[in-house]
Design a protein around this ligand. Structure first.
Ligand code: TYM
Length: 325
């Protein structure tokens, strides 16, 4: 089975990125062919400082290794290093329609506050490049958080459309969503997604000092009442903290609920904070060591060569199917 996923190097990665995506990647590496990349071309779809982009690329590569990905088993690479992504994007943009792209939630959210005359085309055609990422590696499974599922679904529509016209050329991917933690919410506004584009006391960033993480969790919004239980409607804050706890402990939400059945809010928050710190502390330490070791460039260079070999085969198939070759 082929597994592929990626992270966009914009802003500061959050605990949401860790729980919804990053922490789940390594479990595939022993039994599957895994491709994990840095979506740096996607990072250009909104304005970003070049130095910040360069640093983010390095940091995410270090995070991949710190999360347990073994570059001997997994192909870790940077999207822009493999030119097939841009080439396939150029072909596939003819097989998705403006009406479909207009309906994408991410596009609607990101463009909402922008001047209509100044929305970059890349932001609009974002799903085409993402489909190219997935299809080049003939990925069967795409582990993502809930907010990216719509992009995998539109990739599936594209596969149907393309294959109906040209025969069985593209491989149908499927989104793979974490059982617990597919959508981690902000700690200060638990009805909103925790997001790296925000910069708020409600977002836990993976580079936050551990003392800051503790403070953010201890001051997380809780709900009225005193019961600790899963109730998204009436207790979104408590439900979110239970989700974070269960996801990091690798237990079910029910098991987490049972553990804190008789606890008070304060003690519960302390336990959540300890759990996050016990995982993120060593994770940060491992990432720091990777950066110091200078391993990042080597991993990305070797990964790009391996990725390009696979990607070019698919690109060639598509070029042939449509009549370019
Ligand atoms: P990105 O960089 O926004 O997010 C990376 C991953 O983190 C997940 N995620 C969350 N999961 C749970 N709770 C949250 N609050 C939360 N916030 C983010 C995202 O769902 C994602 O899995 N377009 C992608 C990058 C990409 C990609 C791809 C992914 C480009 N091409 C091909 C898979 C396959 C993105 O911007 O993710």
């Amino acid at each position: 089975m082929r597994v592929l996923s990626g992270i966009k190097p914009t802003g500061k990665l959050t605990l949401g990125n860790y729980i919804g995506a990053l922490k789940n990647f390594a479990k595939y590496q022993n039994e599957n062919e895994v491709f994990i990349f840095i979506a740096d071309l996607h990072a250009l779809t909104l304005p970003i400082d070049p130095e910040e982009l360069r640093n983010n690329i390095k940091l995410i590569t270090a995070f991949y290794l710190a999360a347990g990905l073994d570059p001997e088993k997994v192909t870790i690479f940077k999207q822009s290093d493999v030119s097939a992504h841009a080439e396939l994007n150029c072909i596939l943009q003819n097989y998705l329609y403006m009406g479909e792209l207009n309906r994408m939630t991410q596009f609607k959210e990101k463009s909402q506050t922008m001047d209509n005359n100044a929305i970059g085309l890349g932001l609009f055609t974002y799903p085409v490049l993402m489909a190219s990422d997935i299809l080049l590696y003939e990925a069967n499974k795409v582990p993502v958080g809930e907010d990216q599922v719509q992009h995998v679904e539109i990739t599936r529509d594209l596969v149907n459309r393309f294959n109906n016209r040209y025969g069985k050329i593209l491989v149908m991917p499927e989104p793979e969503i974490a059982k617990v933690g597919k959508r981690i919410m902000s700690l200060s506004e638990p009805t909103k997604k925790m997001s790296k584009s925000e910069n708020d006391k409600g977002d836990i960033f993976l580079i936050d000092d551990l003392s800051v993480i503790r403070k953010k969790i201890m001051s997380a919004v809780t709900d009225s009442g005193s019961e600790i239980k899963v109730d998204i409607e009436n207790k979104p804050g408590i439900t979110n903290l239970l989700t974070i706890y269960a996801a990091l402990k690798d237990i079910s939400l029910e098991a987490a609920e049972l553990e804190f059945k008789d606890a008070r809010y304060g003690d519960f928050k302390k336990a959540v904070a300890e759990t996050v710190i016990n995982i993120i502390g060593p994770f940060q330490e491992r990432a720091r060591k990777v950066i110091e070791s200078g391993e990042v460039d080597r991993v990305l260079n070797e990964g790009a060569i391996k990725a390009a070999k696979v990607a070019n085969i698919t690109l060639h198939k598509v070029q042939k199917a449509v009549g370019l070759k």
